[in-house]
Design a protein around this ligand. Structure first.
Ligand SMILES: Cc1cc2nc3c(=O)[nH]c(=O)nc-3n(C[C@H](O)[C@H](O)[C@H](O)COP(=O)(O)OP(=O)(O)OC[C@H]3O[C@@H](n4cnc5c(N)ncnc54)[C@H](O)[C@@H]3O)c2cc1C
Length: 438
């Protein structure tokens, strides 16, 4: 969880996974649009500024160098339009604040990922997604962006089919600081959740049908195991889970997905060769069950076991072949990894830097327990994902640089032109981005 107290002490900046550390000289926590404009106008030449959302990215996208800025003091719901089903928020609002705020108006987010610690600006900036082949990422929910560009100008831009909309879709803070955002919302709803263990071979055969039958489908593939966990969720009328049942369920999640998983992860760190057996055992211990609650309580899960992660979007039609190849390699126990691979789907999105590049996509997320060596595993994943036209998630470990960015993103030059227009002094271009834009 982002802590404003740590921020105010202003010594060391680190992300959630603790794999990125920096020592910015200046920390800002402005409380108005005018204050942000002033900070930009006072920037010295050659100095860079980065906004931190909740620092939940695994890549250095949020890493500040000289100047660090948080929108922690610019949070909350500004207005709702119940006729057009839109809501306008300050972009610094944390996702965990949004569900209850919208529920007061009988509204809800269309979709969410598997945690809710991030900020609205942060998830929009990187194209953070949940699962559902008919549904898009957080970026796709935006109908209007309010941002302050590198010249200190506050601009409101309504989504259209223009280039700026396509550039703002996933812009990783390169066009400006997102301050307000209007998003499409939906009437309040609940989700009926089913978790089951199933055989990989059968699940692969039924995959295309399953993802089109249920609103949300998520797989957890345990490296080397023939058994996978399939989670399915479908929209139902708003009903709430019994309070005691909810507490019991939260306790169970804490105990199994965090407590027990932490213990077995420590075991794997100590004895990496046990990873393969641990993975197979974990697949047998998957908790099956059914429950129903309001959507904003169903999407996120607590995640206190730390890891590093890389994730790729591949065109949906490659998913089965890709999983078969993954299984064939991991069955041999080639890598010491016990964390499951998380598989999700999204619709295609028109965004110059969207990893989906307009195609229905499968997202495959690969994790390694903190303190275990991820390099051989992630290197293998990178090569494999290239074979299936995979593009990395901006917020996760990635290999983006000046040599490959145009191959990944054919409209990169158009994005860069708009970036130059909105940030001619490169104040948002930290060293991570210099590697890509040079
Ligand atoms: C445990 C865990 C679970 C995760 N689950 C998912 C998941 O289910 N699905 C998924 O797709 N991703 C997931 N992620 C990745 C995460 O959602 C993204 O990396 C997201 O961008 C982090 O949001 P944040 O608010 O922490 O932003 P940060 O990581 O702090 O910043 C992300 C980017 O946004 C920029 N930014 C932040 N605020 C602004 C602003 N106001 N204006 C302009 N730019 C801004 C930053 O400079 C940076 O470039 C997960 C990460 C973790 C650690």
């Amino acid at each position: 969880m982002f802590s404003i107290n740590n921020w105010q002490q202003g010594k060391r900046w680190t992300n959630w996974a603790n794999n990125i550390v920096s020592y910015p000289s200046t920390y800002h926590a402005p409380a108005s649009i005018e204050a942000i404009q002033q900070i930009i106008k006072n920037m010295k030449k050659q100095q860079t500024l980065r906004v931190t959302g909740a620092a939940h990215s695994f890549s250095p996208v949020a890493m500040p160098e000289e100047t660090a800025l948080t929108l922690h003091n610019l949070r909350g719901l500004l207005s709702v339009d119940t006729k057009n089903l839109t809501a306008t928020f300050y972009a610094g609002t944390y996702l965990y604040e949004i569900g209850p705020l919208l529920a007061e108006h009988q509204l809800a987010l269309i979709n969410m990922g598997d945690i809710q610690a991030q900020t609205l600006a942060g998830v929009i900036a990187t194209g953070t997604h949940g699962t559902g082949v008919t549904l898009g990422s957080f970026s796709s929910m935006v109908t209007k962006w309010g941002f302050i560009n590198g010249l200190g100008e506050y601009i409101e831009h309504e989504r259209g089919t223009d280039d700026l909309s396509e550039a703002l879709h996933v812009s990783i803070g390169l066009l400006g600081i997102l301050v307000t955002v209007t998003i499409q919302v939906t009437p309040l709803y609940s989700l009926h959740y089913v978790s089951e263990k199933t055989n990989l071979e059968d699940a692969l055969k039924n995959f295309q049908q399953t993802i089109r039958t249920h609103r949300h489908v998520e797989w957890f593939y345990f490296p080397g195991s023939d058994l996978i966990q399939v989670k399915k969720m479908d929209k139902v009328a708003p009903v709430e889970q019994n309070k005691w049942q909810r507490h019991l369920n939260e306790m169970n999640l804490q105990l199994v997905e965090n407590g027990l998983f932490y213990v077995i992860s420590e075991l794997c760190k100590w004895q990496p060769r046990a990873s393969s057996s641990v993975s197979k055992l974990s697949s047998k211990l998957v908790s099956e069950g059914v429950r129903t609650d309001l959507s904003y309580r169903m999407f996120p899960s607590p995640r206190s076991v730390k890891f590093t992660e890389t994730e790729y979007a591949i065109p949906l039609q490659h998913f089965e072949a890709c999983m078969e190849e993954i299984h064939a390699v991991l069955k041999k126990g080639k890598f010491t990894v016990h964390f499951p691979i998380e598989c999700r789907t999204t619709k295609g999105e028109q965004g110059m830097l969207s990893p989906t590049q307009g195609e229905e996509s499968a997202f495959l997320a690969f994790h390694m327990y903190k303190g275990m060596n991820e390099t051989p595993y992630f290197d293998w994943v990178r090569v494999l994902m290239r074979k299936y036209n995979g593009r990395p998630h901006w917020g996760k470990v990635n290999d983006y640089d000046a040599t490959n960015i145009r191959d990944y993103y054919p409209k990169f030059a158009a994005f860069n032109e708009l970036r130059n227009e909105h940030d001619p002094n490169n104040i948002f271009v930290t060293s991570y981005f210099r590697r890509i834009f040079n």
